[in-house]
Design a binder for this molecule. Structure first.
Ligand SMILES: [Zn+2]
Length: 239
């Protein structure tokens, strides 16, 4: 199964992607399924995500996003979406919302919801101030039962540190969206294909190219299959 672990859906200033638009991209690129979450700039809602996932239940996998600054309301929102509404994971963006990923007082309650529901957390993880690989490592250690995906795998300046930490921590995975082929190939080589997960960050990419580039990162078909869907399918209990 081919799964794209990182896509935004909905509408905000300067960007838009509906469920149907994303499914058309999946079809054109021979992808089976995609994880979707909202654009989180400004005020945002998980409601369009619920609607798109209902429209394409076999193709789109809903993750909710919350802003931990909303405190109890963020926890309540995550519980609602992961509970009755059947969302499959949580997306966080420390840089856009302005908090440190490893701020335990603020972020632990969100991870506790993920732990309770047995779902993964995916977090923006480029080499920005608020979500450096060391902050991921701290949270991965604090919640060893929660699969933690580092989106963009520390690109550019911290991808080597990301690799070292993912090597050490069983529940820390590197997600490939927007990362260059060289960095992804290095990660697959150093970690083995089990710790690397394909994502695109659509709509902010040339979709076909993001899929195409992955042909260059894995040495065998078996490794390619794990990176392109096997690993995330296992985390999401789809396989
Ligand atoms: Zn993104």
């Amino acid at each position: 199964m081919r799964i794209d672990a990182h896509n935004h859906a909905g509408i905000r200033y300067g960007a838009k992607q509906t469920g149907a638009e994303l499914v058309a991209k999946l079809d054109a690129a021979e992808m089976d399924r995609a994880v979707i979450f909202p654009f989180v700039e400004g005020s945002f809602s998980n409601e369009p995500i619920r609607e798109y996932a209902r429209e394409f239940p076999d193709r789109l996998i809903p993750f909710c996003s919350v802003n931990p600054w909303d405190s109890d309301a963020a926890v309540e929102e995550a519980r609602l979406r992961l509970g009755d509404e059947g969302f499959k994971g949580i997306k966080l963006h420390p840089t856009l919302h302005g908090y440190h990923l490893a701020d335990h007082g603020m972020v632990d309650p969100i991870f506790e919801v993920a732990a309770d529901h047995g779902v993964p957390v995916i977090v923006h993880g480029a080499s920005d101030l608020y979500n450096s690989p060391l902050e991921f490592a701290e949270m991965a250690r604090a919640f060893p039962e929660v699969p933690l995906l580092m989106a963009h795998m520390g690109t550019f300046w911290l991808f080597q540190q990301a690799i070292e930490l993912a090597k050490e921590l069983g529940n820390l995975y590197l997600e490939t969206s927007r990362a260059p082929v060289f960095e992804i190939a290095e990660a697959v080589k150093a970690l083995g294909p089990e710790k690397v997960i394909f994502g695109t960050d659509s709509p902010f990419v040339d979709y076909e190219w993001e899929v195409k580039k992955m042909e260059r990162v894995a040495a065998t078909d078996a490794a390619y299959d794990l990176v392109m869907g096997g690993n995330i399918a296992k985390i999401l209990k789809l396989a």
